[in-house]
Unconditional design. Structure first.
Length: 330
């Protein structure tokens, strides 16, 4: 099957479109793209994203922001070289509050973003998630594992939206010959996370800085693996730019260092010097018991491994939240 003809940008700078580019990950990706000579158009409806994340780019001639719901028709004039689809609620607080919107952006939004890439002859990357593995029965998680997901549970709106988005991306590749990439993102942290977005990193840091108890859900023995945001976006960038014939296959990007939630809470207390105590609460339904990526594929294909240590990344994140808690909204 003939590949779509890429309508190459007339300028020397490639043009990237980032959906969800005002969010935590999307804004960091936007910064990386601009630093590497791309012109960037960010599309975001600001449901969970924030203009604060991109306000430092105001006046940059290589940057443009369009307030846009990506589940609606996408039209952009001129050539587009890369479409990076990051639009979606990503924290449990958000997708439990916005289940229909989460399903719509994973289905209709992905359809519209793929259609834009097809129309422009652009390469497409889907920001998928380790949640496609559900509560895994295989550990660590490799890309050939099909997952253990409850489609009718409270997390199903997010898990199944991403699983559908992966299937739709593969269908566009098969039927239209679109150049596609799928990255499965594991737990990531860093500046620009929202303090009250419900994820464990901002929750623990916020509580430690405020001197309030750190709430551990369940017995704290469940494990997670945390990747600093600069490492993550570097891996994602390499995946999009990779020209290896196998680059279309889903690729895990994350840090394989695994620790229990209780150990993680104690590390937060150590770094902040907080005297907050740990308290336990019931575990959420379908909460994964283990999470650690097998990154062998990324190491081999992309020559990528995380470089920022946990303590270093957490200190940068703690410093960010200290600044936010002094008066700026988070």
């Amino acid at each position: 099957m003939a590949l779509p003809t890429r309508k190459t940008s007339r300028s020397a700078s490639p043009h990237s479109v980032v959906t969800g580019g005002a969010g935590f990950l999307g804004s960091h990706l936007t910064d990386l793209l601009l630093s590497r000579g791309h012109r960037v158009t960010v599309l975001d409806n600001l449901v969970t994203g924030s203009l604060q994340n991109i306000q430092h780019l105001a006046g940059n001639p290589a940057f443009r922001f369009v307030k846009q719901d990506v589940t609606e028709f996408l039209f952009l004039e001129g050539p587009v070289d890369f479409v990076w689809h990051f639009a979606s609620p990503a924290s449990p607080v958000d997708y439990l509050e916005l289940p229909i919107q989460t399903l719509k952006v994973g289905s209709l939004g992905t359809h519209k973003a793929l259609g834009l890439a097809k129309n422009k002859g652009a390469r497409f990357l889907l920001a998928s998630t380790s949640e496609v593995y559900g509560d895994p029965l295989v550990h660590p998680q490799t890309e050939d594992y099909w997952g253990n997901v409850n489609p009718v549970g409270p997390r199903g709106c997010y898990d199944e939206a991403k699983r559908f988005a992966e299937a739709l991306t593969m269908a566009y590749r098969a039927e239209h010959g679109l150049q596609t990439r799928i990255v499965r993102i594991f737990n990531t942290f860093g500046p620009r996370m929202r303090l009250r977005d419900g994820r464990v990193v901002p929750s623990f840091i916020g509580s430690a800085l405020a001197g309030t108890p750190l709430a551990i859900h369940g017995d704290g023995a469940q494990t997670r693996s945390f990747c600093y945001v600069s490492d993550l976006v570097e891996g994602i960038y390499r995946l999009m730019m990779c020209t290896d014939r196998s680059a279309w296959s889903p690729t895990n990007i994350g840090n394989p260092r695994e620790m229990t939630i209780r150990e993680f809470a104690q590390e937060i207390l150590r770094l902040t010097g907080s005297r907050s105590r740990l308290v336990t609460k019931p575990a959420p339904e379908d909460d994964p018991k283990q999470r650690r990526p097998d990154i062998s594929r990324a190491q081999k294909l992309l020559k990528w491994s995380p470089e920022v240590g946990l303590a270093q990344g957490l200190q940068l994140t703690i410093d960010y939240f200290c600044g936010q808690m002094k008066g700026q909204p988070v």
